[in-house]
Design a protein around this ligand. Structure first.
Ligand code: HMG
Ligand code: MG
Length: 304
């Protein structure tokens, strides 16, 4: 199998990472994080979420953040929107790309966005229609593609159905999220193959959490199938407030190290990325979850 020659890494740390950190990060620090990630070569940086501040207080400053954001040319700054109210606020704040987020599991949909999968599809239909009228691209997420914290196993056919719906509604790309990080490469392959019967592989992204240390193996399985987009969070930040026990997202540094080793072009400056991960980890007062970053930092300390 041939790996893609080029991969786009979608950095989700400022949103998926910081939404679940106990330490509250102020807007200026979030802006500096986003700027450093852009300087390290990331071309897609998820900047915030226009969700209820009662549900996720960490994202309550997303409008202020977008208003103050210094945009780099060629970089996209998507934000999550769960409904029309979120979309209208995001548009007023200057959003140029948004993401809707559904789930392959009924139980997770209820806990995360307080509605059934069918109800979420109707919300997303309205959001996508309005966003496209405003000239704003919409990305789609499917959560719990390899397991659900509330209902356990999730069938590949259920994932394929939601992914197909989001794609047909007009999402330009569908990100498949192993929200609780329970997947293994064989299950990952079977799930992606089921989805790819309905959505072109080139329109898929993968989004792994590293709870069981399987994220990089799963990403490699996805690359072998030809998936060209990988979501990751700097320093492996995050988890999900509605997925108890889920650890952080796969670390962007680990993904960049993997891609560099495979000779796959990601446009990322690994040193700049590692320094950014060290900086935000220190601010959060905890060690980085990136093994590659820890090793690279130790190596440069030895040779200094
Ligand atoms: P609800 O309580 O059912 O909403 O929440 P509602 O329509 O009944 O409204 C209740 C109140 O919320 C009202 O205010 C609304 O105005 C307000 P009140 O009258 O009580 O003062 N409201 C809003 N406020 C701000 N922005 C909005 C908004 N909508 C309503 N957009 C809702 C429904 C969807 C809003 C809520 O469940 C919510 O915000 N959920 C988001 C939870 C979230 O962000 N979860 C983390 C996302 S991570 C994820 O999904 C996984 C992913 O990362 C992939 C992976 O990691 O695998 C994508
Ligand atoms: Mg995530």
């Amino acid at each position: 199998m041939t790996l893609p020659s080029k991969v786009r890494v979608v950095e989700v740390g400022p949103r998926d990472g910081l939404q679940n950190e106990a330490a509250r990060i102020d807007t200026a620090t979030k802006l500096e994080l986003i700027d450093r990630l852009g300087a390290a070569g990331l071309k897609s940086i998820e900047a915030g979420a226009f969700v209820s501040p009662k549900w996720v207080p960490q994202m309550a400053d997303s409008a202020e953040l977008l208003a103050r954001l210094q945009r780099r040319p060629g970089v996209a700054y998507p934000v999550l929107v769960p409904n029309l109210k979120g979309l209208e606020t995001a548009l007023a704040a200057g959003a140029t790309e948004v993401a809707v987020f559904g789930a392959a599991s009924e139980a997770f949909s209820q806990r995360n966005i307080n509605c059934s999968i069918a109800e979420s599809v109707e919300r997303f239909r309205a959001v996508i229609e309005r966003a496209r009228k405003a000239g704003v691209q919409v990305r789609g997420y499917v959560s719990c593609v390899l397991g659900c914290p509330y209902q356990g196993e999730v069938a590949p056919a259920a994932v394929a159905e939601v992914a197909r719906t989001l794609f047909e509604l007009g999402c330009y790309e569908v990100s498949l999220g192993d929200t609780i990080g329970v997947g293994t490469p064989g299950k990952t392959r079977a799930m992606i193959e089921a989805v790819a019967r309905h959505v072109p592989l080139k329109k898929l992204a993968v989004h792994f959490h590293d709870t069981y240390g399987m994220a990089i193996a799963n990403i490699y399985a996805a690359l072998e199938l030809g998936v060209p987009v990988i979501d990751a969070a700097i320093a492996g930040l995050g988890g999900c407030p509605y997925a108890a026990g889920a650890s952080g997202n796969v670390a962007t540094e680990d993904v960049a190290y993997l891609l560099a080793g495979l000779g796959v072009d990601s446009g990322i400056d690994v040193d700049a990325l590692v320094n950014t991960g060290a900086w935000i980890s220190e601010l959060l007062g905890r060690p980085s979850n990136s093994k590659a970053a820890r090793a690279l930092l130790a190596r440069s300390a030895r040779t200094a």
